[in-house]
Design a protein around this ligand. Structure first.
Ligand SMILES: *Cc1c(COP(=O)(O)O)cnc(C)c1O
Length: 238
């Protein structure tokens, strides 16, 4: 297996080149190392290689892994990149430094209350269902203005917008759409781009890329949802 340090250096290099092509600085792009499903032993070498920003998609898994890692390695910024249930809002606000999946009114209410209770302001990206896909997380395009207003009224610190383009199609238009929506709403952050497409996302304005398999190798088993989607999946009309 390739050394974590060299995988990290390779991804950092690709980020810098993609930023350069777009006339941007590599420092404008935050690399979030998405460590979901990977055990602490796989994560520690990446921390040792200098990575300090990580992403997880499940509150419970993160709670099991990260307190000990933080204890051993010092401050790590932890980002939640997966769907969040309202009843986990308090746990999420305690553990995470940033949440990328604010996508509905009930979660605005739950997060505002949790931040109030914890006395801790956690920046949130509003997740947008850019492909208007039925099963996908994220708020509908039509609901975005009202959700942003509600979040601002509730004094949730807004980091920007997050989106995941549909699987298996050219992602460029979806990144461009997210970039435009963020600009229209005066939001600085664009959380977009994963292992397969982060360079394209950077050229279209990504400020946060969420990279898992390019840093850790393939995950052992796809979660049922993604498995169902990818298995036998074909583009429309083929
Ligand atoms: C798993 C995950 C990623 C990372 O995916 P890779 O393709 O492994 O880079 C990014 N964003 C979200 C929301 C994820 O769930």
């Amino acid at each position: 297996m390739t050394e974590p340090a060299s995988l990290l250096a390779d991804v950092q290099d690709r980020i810098a080149r993609a930023a350069g092509i777009a006339g941007r600085k590599a420092g404008e792009v935050t690399l979030i190392a998405v460590s979901k499903t990977h055990p602490a032993e796989r994560i520690a070498p990446l921390i040792a290689a200098g990575q300090r920003v990580f992403g997880e998609n499940r509150v419970q898994e993160a709670e099991a892994k990260w307190p000990a890692l933080r204890e051993a390695h010092g401050p790590i910024a932890l980002h939640l990149v997966g769907q969040l249930q309202s009843n986990k809002a308090e746990d999420a606000v305690t553990l995470f430094d940033c949440i990328h999946s604010l996508d509905r009114p009930s979660l605005v209410t739950a997060l505002a209350r949790a931040m109030d209770k914890a006395g801790r302001q956690v920046p949130c990206f509003v997740q947008v269902n850019v492909g208007e896909e039925e099963q996908k997380g994220g708020c509908a395009l039509a609901d975005l203005p009202a959700l942003l207003t509600q979040a601002r009224d509730a004094q949730i610190p807004l980091a920007g917008l997050m989106g995941v383009p549909p699987l298996g199609v050219e992602p460029t238009p979806y990144f461009a759409l997210l970039d435009k929506l963020a600009a229209d709403h005066g939001l600085a952050g664009r959380s977009m781009g994963m292992s397969d497409d982060f360079e394209t996302a950077i050229q279209l304005g990504a400020t946060h890329v969420r990279v898992g398999s390019a840093l850790f190798g393939a995950r052992a088993a796809a979660t049922p949802k993604w498995g169902t989607l990818t298995k036998g999946w074909k583009p429309e009309g083929m």
